[in-house]
Design a protein around this ligand. Structure first.
Ligand code: NAD
Length: 260
């Protein structure tokens, strides 16, 4: 299927690795021009080179910076001639015990995983509505639907974002601007490996063993791939997806056991 978005511009945040990179790769494959961001310039430049090689003629601009800061967001927005597609993403907050989290820890989580995406949406939705096209996808987490106790910072910040999007997405869709959230379950990325390394250390087992066991617990008997995640993101950004808004699409191999 031709997704009908060739030649559009997308800002894909936190895209040097993992799920953000998967989204950028899928959009590049559709002929979308990209601004990609990440904090580390070297990994980001390497990713930008890979993205340029995916499809001839697309433009890929790499902007190093922290998307959780006003400066990082201004640099990213400034590099994008117009934002037709916005993929909001940032690193997830650390796991832990809520008794150890002070106000600063909460503010850091809220800045990265709730307020940064809200600020970016605020910057782009009105111009998108004026042009009559916009697609916004927020990478959140399966923890929004089924909270994970040690990820309380993530559960809290992402649920706040989800509630905000539920309201805004109904205000923009009449102008063909959709806003949806993609909820990753376990995907094979550096973030997952870091989480598993902690679990392996706690259990006194090699990380490979813990990861293999964890993968088998999923109904799909494996972890998801960034390419699968990116393909779903690209569809939500397609011309054909204009009637899908305010949704929380869970991608978890069937791990969430509910009917709805
Ligand atoms: P990852 O660690 O593999 O990649 C994260 C990317 O974000 C990297 O490119 C990194 O440079 C960039 N980044 C991090 N913080 C940034 C910031 N403040 N500004 C700019 N760039 C930043 O992570 P991932 O697995 O791709 O996860 C992406 C998001 O999805 C995270 O918020 C994570 O918590 C969430 N998530 C992931 C999984 C999973 O299984 N992988 C599951 C649930 C939720």
């Amino acid at each position: 299927m031709d997704l009908g978005i060739a030649g559009k511009w997308a800002l894909v945040c936190a895209a040097s690795k993992g799920l953000g990179k998967g989204c950028a790769q899928a959009l590049a494959g559709e002929g979308v021009n990209l601004v990609v961001t990440a904090r580390g310039a070297d990994a980001l430049e390497a990713t930008a080179r890979e993205l340029r090689a995916i499809r001839a003629g697309i433009e890929v601009r790499a902007v190093a910076g922290d998307i959780a800061t006003p400066e990082g967001r201004a640099a990213a927005l400034g590099a994008c001639p117009q934002v037709d597609i916005l993929v909001n993403n940032a690193g997830g907050p650390p796991p832990g015990d809520f008794r150890d989290w002070d106000r600063d820890a909460w503010i850091r989580a809220l800045d990265a995983n709730m307020l940064a995406p809200i600020e970016l949406m605020k910057a782009v939705v009105d111009p998108m509505m004026a042009r009559g096209f916009g697609r916004i996808v927020n990478i959140t987490s399966a923890a929004v639907k089924a909270p994970i106790d040690i990820l309380g910072l993530s559960n809290g910040a992402r649920s706040g974002l989800t509630g905000f999007v539920a309201g805004l997405s109904r205000k923009t869709v009449a102008r063909n601007v959709t806003i949806n959230n993609l909820l990753p379950g376990p995907f094979d990325t550096d973030r997952l490996k870091a989480t598993m390394a902690g679990a392996a250390q706690a259990a006194g087992k090699p990380i490979e063993e813990v990861m293999a066991q964890r993968a088998l617990q999923n109904p799909a008997r494996r972890f998801g791939t960034a390419a699968e995640f990116g393909a779903a993101c690209a569809f939500l950004c397609s011309a054909q997806a204009g009637f899908i808004t305010g949704q929380n699409l869970l991608m978890d191999g069937g791990a969430y056991p509910g009917t709805f």
